[in-house]
Design a protein around this ligand. Structure first.
Ligand code: M6R
Length: 600
């Protein structure tokens, strides 16, 4: 979380930095700031709130060809002017922006900076004060920066300005994402290529514990020992229109609507010339060599993992465990003899998942990352990667990445099954094609779902989602979508589990959204609906064509039973969207959240 940008060149930097921050706002939006430097010194502008608030206070008359900027997701200290970045050293010489968490900041403060007056509650301020302390002791800025980095434990992406140097932005990275972008007569720094696509599509990836000296005509990468590292730039394959809302009022709605196209793209991307699904042989060999698969993920990606377990166990007959990444590292289960770890992560940057990846790599186990972001940390550090091909997902609430994750997991399961000589009783390409068509029908049903959102969710404080089997997992995702953007307290439950406690929460009018897409449990989930109705609940049954009954609120088109999660989630995404809209919530940037969760 948090996003950082930097610019050095011949143009005024303010607008480039502000535009970049707007593109990074998905990473955090508690407060924002920029620092620009010209012949009169360093000028810092900060605002609590959004980049729009920052724009309002930036002095248009200050022209400066070098600058850094930050949008914050608070970890240490409340969102406020004083805690917002950039932070400055006591002497005012150094100015810094930071994404990450410095775990030993308190210790460093006591050991090295006891006589320094701190302005903020942040861990970041320790870094800038340390650089100043080393500079004060006589070290050149680069050495002072390097000495500081050697003391830090934790994660950081950093950009530093020195008031005595007009030629350089000092940059460093460990665990948090950071790229340097190359231009003609200018260079930029950004947490994500999207931020600087306005000025360049040429980027250099940075590795952990590297320092970069960014001048307007030159970029020098060094390791902590001071050795120079050569790295070839790459072209960011992003289309600027992918990251615009276009005519949509919100990214979330645009991304919901993109799902049929994404699914078709995935079918294409994972097909060979003979029209069969394909996945690199070495990945399939790794899956086949495993006696158990451990799926590690967080949030929506964890929910995709739960469905993925059904796909893999059903088709490929390999046992699968699904774990929440933030729990796994501290509470590791007894592992099988030949495990394969699959990390599912839209961003490929989730710190909780990355911490597990580091652990399992140290233990010598193979790892596959399923991600939407090529070159992301989880992709780089795993042995294998499968891409989601979903295009940038900007809204904090994940939608198209979830259905893309399901599709890729389904393809992995099918290709593994066939490679193991197991029979797959249906044609997955054909069934995914039908699922894409069904998605289109659902995306065209917005008006009906908007009315349902009004009927079931406009006045309620809470809401339950129930389902059995694979529908239960989709219910968990539906509940997460609803709570994260509408702030209605929402929980997903296995239909049969309600009566073991949760049913006590059902009151007159409590909405209970039930999924009924599985023939084998159709009658039993309807029995659970009757139990809650008898206690006053307001039931909303979403069933699949062929299994529907008169009392159902919404019927989704029929698709293969195993693939229903790709479809049944869409009305739940739309219900959440309209519930949030009706409550005047900020759909794309819900409170307290950020898109990319890069702190543990
Ligand atoms: O980038 P990741 O898929 O690793 O992110 C994991 C979660 O933070 C993410 O899915 C989160 O739960 C979504 N915002 C939910 O919509």
């Amino acid at each position: 979380m948090c996003g950082i940008v930097g610019y050095i060149g011949n143009n005024d930097s303010k607008e480039i930095l502000l535009k970049g921050l707007e593109k990074l706002e998905y990473r955090g939006y508690d407060s924002a700031g920029i620092a620009v430097k010209n012949e009169n010194g360093i000028h810092v502008f900060k605002a609590k709130g959004r980049i729009a608030d920052l724009r309002g206070i930036v002095n248009e008359n200050v022209m400066a060809e070098i600058g850094i900027g930050h949008t914050r997701w608070a970890t240490h200290g409340v969102p406020s002017m004083v805690n917002s970045h950039p932070h400055q050293s006591e002497s005012g010489r150094f100015t810094l922006v930071h994404n990450g968490v410095i775990e030993n900041y308190d210790l460093l403060k006591r050991e090295y900076l006891a006589d320094v007056r701190f302005e903020s509650e942040t861990d970041t301020e320790v870094i800038v004060q340390l650089v100043d302390k080393f500079a004060h002791e006589g070290f050149e800025t680069l050495e002072a920066f390097r000495n500081t980095l050697k003391l830090l434990h934790g994660s950081y992406a950093l950009a530093l300005l020195d008031a005595e140097d007009n030629e350089t932005i000092y940059v460093a990275k460990n665990k948090s994402p950071l790229l340097v972008g190359l231009g003609d007569g200018f260079n930029v720094v950004a947490s994500d290529a999207m931020a600087m696509l306005q000025v360049t599509n040429q980027y250099v990836e940075l590795m952990d514990k590297e320092i970069v000296i960014v001048a307007k005509d030159e970029v020098t990468i060094q390791n902590l020992a001071g050795e120079t590292i050569n790295r070839t730039p790459y072209t960011a394959e992003l289309d600027a229109s992918d990251i615009e809302k276009g005519t949509y009022p919100h990214y979330m709605l645009k991304e919901i609507d993109e799902q049929p196209a994404v699914l078709r793209k995935i079918i294409q991307a994972y097909q060979n010339d003979q029209g069969q699904l394909k996945i690199e042989e070495e990945i399939i060999s790794a899956v086949k060599a495993a006696d158990r698969i451990y799926i590690i993920a967080a949030g929506t990606s964890y929910h995709a993992g739960l469905v993925g377990k059904q796909f893999i166990e059903n088709l490929a007959k390999v046992p699968v465990e699904v774990h929440i990444s933030s729990e796994f590292g501290y509470n590791m289960p007894l592992l099988s003899e030949r495990p394969l770890f699959i990390f599912i992560s839209q961003s490929g940057e989730t710190a909780d998942s990355r911490a597990v990846l580091v652990q399992v790599k140290e233990m010598g186990y193979p790892a596959l990352t399923i991600t939407n972001v090529p070159g992301s940390t989880l992709s780089r550090e795993a042995d294998y990667t499968l891409l989601l091909h979903a295009g940038p997902e900007i809204a904090v609430a994940s939608t198209k990445a979830y259905t893309a994750q399901l599709a890729v997991l389904g393809i992995l399961a099918e290709v593994t099954a066939k490679s193991r000589g197991l029979e797959v009783s249906f044609d997955l390409i054909h069934e995914l094609g039908l699922a894409a068509n069904a998605m289109e029908v659902l995306c065209d049903s917005k008006e009906i779902i908007e009315v349902m959102a009004r009927e079931f969710l406009s006045v309620t404080r809470n809401c339950f989602f129930i389902g059995r089997g694979i529908d239960f997992y989709v219910g968990l995702e539906g509940a997460l979508k609803l709570k994260e953007i509408s702030y209605i307290q929402a929980e997903g439950f296995a239909g049969g589990e309600l009566k073991h406690g949760t049913i006590a929460l059902i009151e007159e009018g409590t909405p209970v959204i039930a999924l009924a897409t599985q023939e084998s449990v159709n009658l039993s989930i309807r029995g659970n609906v009757k139990e809650v109705v008898a206690r006053g609940a307001n039931p909303c049954i979403i069933s699949m064509n062929g299994l529907n009954m008169d009392e159902d609120s919404f019927v989704i088109p029929e698709v293969h039973e195993l693939l229903t999660p790709l479809i049944s989630v869409i009305p739940l995404q739309l219900l959440a969207y309209y519930a949030a809209l009706h409550r005047d919530c900020d759909v794309d940037k819900p409170r307290n959240l950020a898109k990319s969760v890069t702190v543990e």
